[in-house]
Design a protein around this ligand. Structure first.
Ligand code: NAD
Length: 313
């Protein structure tokens, strides 16, 4: 019997074609969208991106053998229910590390050269009037502080060294040898915050890392410093960050992730494009750091390989 694979959200078409060539597909998106619970009793494998996979969905899937998460992290899957029902849960760590690292530099260059303000000036018909407000700074020779030195942090370090930046790392679990081999140096968190021109976060959000950058930590930073967050919004106390931006205690922030994403105006950070554009020194992108064609293909292929491995026993 042909295996049935439920794909929750769009994935790279090349991967979809591979799945379709040997399996029956059920879609959680597009014109052929089905409600998962309506087909749950037929599904052998799930390729999951953003959708939340609940204990009810798992309990009503007697044939289900694997939930292959297309991306990093499995926080949208009820892992306990999966384990109780003997369902494998896999993810695709590293598939978008390069994409996220490149987005760090997209945010960094954009902030350093005030690209959002420059674009707004040109759209407003100002060519020379705003030029004195659009003086940027160069990354070469600046000090970049990486909090977290895993898959993404290491890639960012490599790129930063290529730009002649000095790189400092705070990661209690990283080997000093690895840090040095990357041309960086290990330091304590407070020291990193005191001396760095740019601080970029590359660690998981856990109970112990929530608000790792709070008011006291932000207060240690230089008034000229920039904060870049492509990890998880909860790592930064956003109220403290906004207060620091407003008072000039730090120069800027570029965030791809917020504590509460995709919700109305409850979030104190300006997640509407208009508000973000109006606040000098703040750039917000809507959680797109890992979204590139290359990362989609890699994550899709890895998820499909996991499905094949489990279905073939
Ligand atoms: P990883 O697991 O490879 O590395 C995480 C690193 O954080 C590890 O080296 C670990 O030792 C370190 N760490 C753990 N606790 C720490 C602490 N208290 N202080 C300092 N370092 C600590 O993870 P990764 O693949 O590099 O991903 C990093 C982050 O990026 C994750 O939060 C992930 O969810 C996020 N991410 C975001 C996007 C996006 O689209 N914005 C895409 C992929 C990953």
């Amino acid at each position: 019997m042909t295996a049935v694979v439920y794909v929750s959200d769009p994935i790279h078409p090349d991967v979809l074609n591979k799945v379709q060539s040997i399996c029956t597909l059920r879609f959680g998106f597009g014109l052929s969208k089905v409600n998962y619970l309506d087909v749950a009793d037929t599904v052998d494998a799930v390729i999951l991106r953003g959708e939340t996979f609940t204990s009810e969905m798992i309990a009503r899937s007697p044939r289900l053998k694997i939930i292959a998460r297309h991306g990093v992290g499995t926080d949208n899957v009820d892992l306990q229910a999966a384990s109780e029902h003997g369902v494998w849960v896999t993810s695709t760590p590293g598939a978008n590390s390069n994409a996220v690292a490149e987005h760090v530099f997209a945010l960094l260059f954009s902030s350093a050269r005030k690209l959002s303000s420059a674009q707004r000036a040109v759209v407003a018909g100002k060519w020379s009037e705003d030029k004195e407000n659009l003086i940027g700074f160069e990354l070469s020779g600046r000090t970049l502080g990486l909090i977290g030195f895993g898959s993404i942090g290491r890639r960012v370090a490599q790129m930063a060294v290529g730009l002649s930046m000095k790189v400092l790392v705070f990661d209690p679990y990283a080997s000093a040898v690895d840090v040095e081999a990357a041309g960086a140096a290990s330091v304590e968190l407070d020291d990193l915050l005191r001396v760095c021109d740019v601080v970029s976060l590359h660690l998981p959000l856990l109970a112990s890392t929530r608000h790792l950058l709070g008011r006291d930590q932000i207060a240690l930073m230089k008034p000229s410093a920039l904060v870049i967050n492509t990890s998880r919004g909860g790592l930064i106390d956003e109220d403290a960050l906004l207060a620091a931006l407003d008072s000039g205690a730090i120069a800027g922030a570029a965030l791809d992730v917020l504590e509460a994403e995709n919700v109305d105006m409850r979030n104190p950070l300006p997640h509407s494009t208009l508000a973000a554009a109006e606040r000098e020194g703040l750039t917000v992108t809507p959680h797109i750091a890992g979204q590139t064609i290359e990362a989609f293909l890699e994550a899709g292929n890895l998820a499909w390989e996991s499905v094949q491995d489990v279905l073939s026993g």
